[in-house]
Design a protein around this ligand. Structure first.
Ligand code: SF4
Ligand code: FES
Length: 231
């Protein structure tokens, strides 16, 4: 297994109580399998015990390790260092979310913008032919969205905007609870709703779990157009 020396420039400080944000440089050897999150773990253990970043699952399902990696929103746990074009890797907190210090951002604004009573469970598309225990009416799974906020960071709209993750959640709710149609379309059609989308498609490009938020936004627009042509 060959190790290669890498340089990381990491935004330290910032946030409400911290020192002014500034890049600090760390250098370490990593093997070809290392992810950016692995690198952060080593830097914290060996060089910067006070380095702050969020993580939990290490495999792209908790949504906590989003950050700007060489200027692009990515999950640190799914980004292999070897796959980055540069040997000099810049890490900054995710844009569009309140910085709390080092690489940590607050998910509160994103989480609280999700539609009320969102269902995080949906019917599973696999195992449909498998024998089902009597107690279950269907096999279920979690929704694809892991609330990582990458789509919000990638979105170029710089006006008040509910944003791709929230609008995608609204469209999912519309499919699952058609009885809430009026309420959901009202939310989607607000001034900060689907019509503010610039159709840049960046949200769908960066989403690590194939939610395709731009597709959901387009579907909501179509539903809103149906409503206004029926009036
Ligand atoms: S839609 Fe995709 S990119 Fe946006 S928060 Fe959900 S998982 Fe993350
Ligand atoms: S650590 Fe859970 S998504 Fe990266």
């Amino acid at each position: 297994m060959s190790a290669q020396r890498r340089t990381f420039r990491i935004m330290r400080g910032g946030g409400p109580a911290g020192s002014p944000a500034a890049l600090q440089t760390y250098s370490l050897e990593l093997n070809e399998h290392a992810t950016v999150l692995d690198a952060l773990e080593w830097i914290r253990v060996e060089q910067a015990p006070d380095l702050m970043y969020r993580h939990s699952c290490h495999h792209g399902s908790c949504g906590t390790c989003g950050m700007m990696i060489n200027g692009k929103p990515k999950l640190a746990c799914l980004t292999k260092v070897d796959n980055l074009a540069s040997n000099d890797i810049k890490l900054e907190p995710l844009v569009g979310m309140e910085p709390l210090g080092d690489l940590v951002v607050s998910p509160v604004a994103l989480m609280s913008a999700y539609p009320d009573n969102s269902g995080y469970i949906r019917e599973s598309e696999v195992n449909n032919d498998a024998p089902r225990p009597q107690a279950l009416s269907q096999f279920e799974r979690f929704e694809n969205c892991i609330e990582c906020g990458l789509c919000m960071a990638a979105c170029p709209v710089d006006e008040e905007f509910q944003g791709p993750a929230v609008l995608a959640a609204l469209n999912r709710e519309l499919a699952k609870t058609p009885e809430r149609r009026a309420e959901i379309l009202h939310a989607a059609g607000r001034p900060d709703g689907v019509y503010r989308c610039a159709r840049a498609l960046e949200c769908s490009r960066v989403c690590p779990t194939a939610v395709y938020p731009a597709k959901h936004i387009m579907e909501l627009r179509k539903e809103l157009e149906k409503e206004s042509s029926a009036k």
